[in-house]
Design a protein around this ligand. Structure first.
Ligand SMILES: O=C(CO)[C@H](O)[C@H](O)COP(=O)(O)O
Length: 225
């Protein structure tokens, strides 16, 4: 089965947790896209009604609206559920996110959900964070070289590019992808957040309540202990 089919399977399973009347956080990326499309299908087919959503990126907001989902701005009311992909999922459901550059809005939305479900194909499972991916760090544009120098204390930061230009996030910032070799993501997250010029990081620690991971032969669910 293709990776795309696995992503779709995980997304469809996650959307089965959405009930009519819920407020839903919509993720960003190629896996989250399938959750948005499945939610839209259920609304169209009358399997769900009275859903409002909040999106974690301009792209996801556009996709949701184009498919008939009502998208509101985030306000302080809790969301019932948020569904999003990840770049790495550890055995304790800690995550690296943000290779799609939406980490800041994702964190702001997903922290406000009563239940955050992470969805992925099996290639995203790792034994420890940083095994396969750098942690994306959202940094302000001003004084970028100074911020990179401060970040180099923690690993090797590299500014992300897209189409030959520096990538600019929906919030007008840069992304520095930081390859790190640090045994304790909680300590690293604290140090990174305390670094001048850093807005936030792609560490999502203790946030996901459930992971739905599609393998070739089964869809596996894990809950945070
Ligand atoms: O964090 C993200 C975007 O900022 C994505 O959820 C993450 O990069 C996974 O993307 P994909 O489902 O395309 O592999």
């Amino acid at each position: 089965m293709s990776l795309e089919a696995l992503k779709e399977q995980a997304a469809i399973k996650a959307v089965s947790y959405i009930q009519s009347g819920m407020r839903v956080g919509l993720g960003t990326g190629s896996t989250a896209k399938y959750a948005i499309l499945e939610l839209a299908r259920k609304l169209r087919d009358g399997e769900l009604t009275n859903i409002v959503a909040v999106a974690t990126s301009i792209d996801s907001e556009r996709l949701a609206r184009e498919n008939g989902i009502t998208v509101l701005d985030l306000d302080p009311t809790p969301l019932d559920i948020a569904i999003d992909g990840a770049d790495e999922i550890s055995p304790t459901l800690d995550l690296i996110k943000g290779l799609g550059a939406a980490l800041l809005r994702e964190k702001i939305v997903e922290i406000q959900a009563k239940e955050f479900i992470v969805i992925a194909d099996h290639t995203k499972l790792v034994s420890h964070l940083g095994q396969k991916a750098p942690v994306p760090v959202e940094v302000v544009q001003f004084g970028i070289q100074s911020t990179l120098q401060r970040l180099s204390k923690f690993g090797e930061p590299k500014l992300r590019e897209k189409n030959g230009e520096l990538l600019i996030t929906d919030n007008g910032n840069f992304i520095a992808d930081l390859w790190f070799n640090h045994p304790n993501p909680t300590a690293l997250e604290r140090d990174l957040k305390g670094t001048l010029g850093v807005v936030d990081t792609g560490f999502f620690l203790g946030m996901a309540a459930r992971a739905i991971v599609a393998h070739e032969d089964r869809v596996e669910e894990f809950s945070r202990a």
